[in-house]
Design a protein around this ligand. Structure first.
Ligand code: SF4
Ligand code: SF4
Length: 717
């Protein structure tokens, strides 16, 4: 209870609700076979949000069917182990409940998605959300079913997703047979969910163990054990706590965190250079700047593993929907404060975990796009949203094994969906808006995360850390001219914490995180990581896909809700509300975190099958990273070689041809960097900005390049 809870031992594939405790009745199957099937139809979408969600649901529906991979994956013979992977994946994608039943000769995996809360009366978002609840949860259920079907097809088995309006399959009957609902007259009731929910299903020949239908008494399931979360499922107490918070607030008490006028790390607004997209190391790898091996691996990076491969097609299909013209009929909205409340409530209704708002400084816009064209800033405000990468799966993983890439892609896909639907809604109300996603963004997310008050810069480097979800998130941004009220940056003492903690540096598999102090880089005070080394490791990791080990092992990667361990909740409260205690508590917290063993893998949370995709088919990978903690690893900061590529060493923004990195020069460049104190002193005496802050200019007269496309990887379509 102090350090651990029953949730730590709950097998992941059981999901957040204690379905396994419910009474079952096999006789229900006979009754169901006598009732006439209900067509899986969908009414016309209502309102501006309903129409936006329908566009995205249709996008998922278009990917419901396809050919399986040519070769079967080396999957376990035991259907129960297969079900751990299949149910685990659906829960990983945030299904509220999952069950399996027979559908004729096939198996049906049924997913149930609970609706989030409708905004309160007086909140402008209520008018958008109320008529669109069904449409939005249908979209969410479709997302999960389509990704799951694609995953099964990548394993080499036929699978089809059945989403609202796209088939004759009776999802209500399947939900009863799979033990997710009880028929009560014409209504379908769930033992734990009183509000609305949506259903979708995947039918497949992939053999899986089936669940039994629920007995009628299951509807009386909410006993003391449920309220206390005794069986490790989410407690009724935590569900109640969330339900009591205003809908424009996240589930975390961000309102308790100290607000400040400026980010807690120095940012020289007038000196930060605008940088081209071409300078991102993943982009550089794609164009060959990091050599042939990194280029080849970059092409298959997102298609290297079957859970990730399931998400890529929907994510890429969303890119053309990111922007567009606003409706000519401008709807009158409230003042900036009311608009901000409404936009935040909408983001939480759609599934964001934390949302903040800021004005966009010029330097947060990329200077040039992937096609080499200059980008001119076009919107005033950024709505910045965090998608939690999910604590439990991270607990089961080493951080750089075969699920790591899927954790990132899930965050990117969900973010693209949420921001895309929001942008479509705002445009439908007559205001300009564009979603800025991982696949296509004209803005840099990090400065916006700082300004929108969602976190502080951490030792991990170019990564913002939030007081409640730690570094465990992906971000997505929506830019708009809709008048909004910005939030302010936050200070929860992270600079002190990271100054006295080096766990991420110790646990990084390639020593890309600095052990020493902060420097000034392109106008930002930061612990500057060796981004090239990190990118190469993530791209060429042969015993896993990608890496997020620094996030996984950070002491601030925790559960701080009512279901988290008592000590974590107390420490989190003190970290936010009693910052004066930090000099006393931080050294203890850092030692205690290792002593408890935080950051080791938790086998109860390992649900996925370790598989690699090679030439379009799944194979057993050559190895699996199985790291726990490495307490003895230490590097003398003075001897740690770190390469930095300031603006002056970035590639020509409009030249597509390979521009090889000069690592030797980048290692030497570290000596040119000022300390934060030196930068302040220079500014005080009116000294000029360093020459290395000046970006490599575009090539005169060069034709705008073509945005590079990923090579065909040969997997499922
Ligand atoms: Fe190191 Fe992995 Fe974090 Fe990169 S992502 S800094 S390689 S731990
Ligand atoms: Fe900061 Fe420690 Fe987390 Fe690294 S592991 S980001 S040093 S708190």
């Amino acid at each position: 209870m102090l350090f651990r809870t029953a949730a730590d031992d709950r097998p992941y594939h059981l999901g957040p609700f204690p379905l396994e405790t419910l009474p079952r009745d096999e006789g229900v199957a006979g009754e169901e076979s006598r009732s006439s099937p209900v067509e899986n139809s969908a009414p016309q979408p209502q309102g501006v949000l309903g129409r936006a969600a329908r566009i995205y649901r249709d996008l998922y529906a278009s990917l419901a069917e396809g050919e399986p991979a040519a070769k079967r994956a080396p999957i376990p013979d035991d259907p129960a182990r297969r079900a751990v992977d299949i149910k685990g994946y659906a829960y990983f994608m945030n299904a509220s409940q999952v069950g399996i039943c027979r559908d004729g000769d096939e198996y049906a995996v049924v997913v149930l998605v609970e609706a989030e809360r409708v905004p309160e009366p007086g909140n402008p978002a209520r008018g958008w959300v109320e008529p669109a609840v069904g449409e939005v949860i249908d979209m969410r259920a479709a997302e999960i079913a389509v990704c799951l079907a694609r995953h099964i097809r990548q394993l080499g088995f036929p699978a089809r997703a059945h989403v609202a309006g796209n088939g004759k399959l009776d999802c209500e009957r399947l939900a009863v047979l799979a033990g997710l609902a009880v028929r009560d007259g014409t209504a379908l009731k769930n033992p734990f969910i009183e509000g609305r929910f949506a259903l979708a299903a995947v039918t497949t020949s992939y053999e899986l163990p089936v669940d039994k239908p629920l007995a009628r008494e299951a509807l009386k399931a909410k006993g003391l054990r449920y309220w206390l979360g005794i069986n490790g499922a989410m407690s009724g107490r935590e569900r109640n706590r969330r339900a009591k918070r205003a809908t424009h607030l996240s589930r975390y008490p961000m309102e308790q965190v100290k607000r400040v006028e400026r980010p807690t790390t120095l940012v020289l607004d007038d000196e930060v250079p605008r940088v081209p997209k071409r300078a991102s190391f993943f982009d550089r790898a794609l164009r060959g700047d990091l050599g042939e091996k990194a280029q080849a691996e970059r092409n298959r990076f997102a298609f290297k593993q079957p859970h990730t491969a399931g998400m890529m097609a929907p994510m890429r299909s969303m890119v053309p929907l990111q922007g567009g013209n606003p409706s000519p009929q401008k709807a009158f909205l409230g003042d900036a404060a009311a608009n901000s409340r409404a936009i935040k409530s909408l983001s939480y209704f759609l599934g964001a975990d934390l949302t903040g708002i800021c004005e966009i400084p010029a330097y947060a816009w990329y200077s040039h796009g992937q096609d080499g064209q200059e980008i001119r800033p076009y919107h005033k405000y950024a709505v910045v949203m965090l998608i939690d990468q999910e604590y439990d799966t991270m607990e089961g993983a080493s951080g750089d094994d075969w699920i790591s890439g899927a954790q990132s892609m899930r965050g990117y896909l969900r973010g693209a969906e949420i921001a895309g639907v929001m942008a479509e809604t705002i445009r439908g109300l007559g205001h300009p808006a564009r979603s800025q996603t991982n696949v296509d963004s004209d803005v840099l997310h990090i400065p916006l995360l700082l300004l929108a008050g969602l976190g502080e810069l951490s030792r991990i480097g170019e990564l913002v850390l939030n007081p409640f979800v730690g570094p465990r998130f992906k971000s997505v941004v929506l830019t708009t001219n809709l008048p909004l009220e910005p939030d302010r940056p936050i200070d929860f003492g992270l600079q002190y914490f990271c100054s006295h903690c080096t766990k991420c540096a110790r646990e990084c598999p390639c020593d890309a995180i600095p052990w020493g102090g902060k420097i000034m880089f392109n106008g930002y005070e930061m612990w500057k990581p060796d981004v090239e080394r990190c990118a190469r490791y993530r791209l060429t990791n042969s015993k896993g896909s990608a890496c997020g080990r620094c996030m996984k092992t950070c002491p601030l990667n925790k559960v701080v809700t009512a279901d988290g361990p008592l000590l974590t909740r107390i420490a989190s409260w003190c970290g936010v509300n009693a910052m004066w205690l930090k000099p006393l508590l931080v050294p203890i917290a850092v030692k205690l975190d290792d002593w408890i063993g935080n950051g080791k893998r938790n086998p109860a949370k390992k649900w996925w099958l370790d598989l690699e995709i090679v030439d379009g088919a799944c194979v057993v990978p050559k190895g699996v990273n199985q790291r726990d903690l490495d307490l003895s690893h230490k590097i003398d900061p003075a001897k740690q070689n770190m390469a930095v590529y300031p603006a002056s060493m970035m590639p020509v923004p409009n030249d597509n041809s390979p521009q090889a990195v000069d690592r030797k020069a980048a290692l030497a460049a570290l000596a040119m960097m000022e300390s934060p104190l030196q930068a302040k002193e220079r500014k005080a005496r009116g000294g000029p900005k360093p020459l290395h802050y000046v970006p490599t200019p575009p090539k005169a007269g060069a034709e705008a390049g073509k945005k590079p496309e990923l090579a065909n990887y040969g997997g499922v379509r």
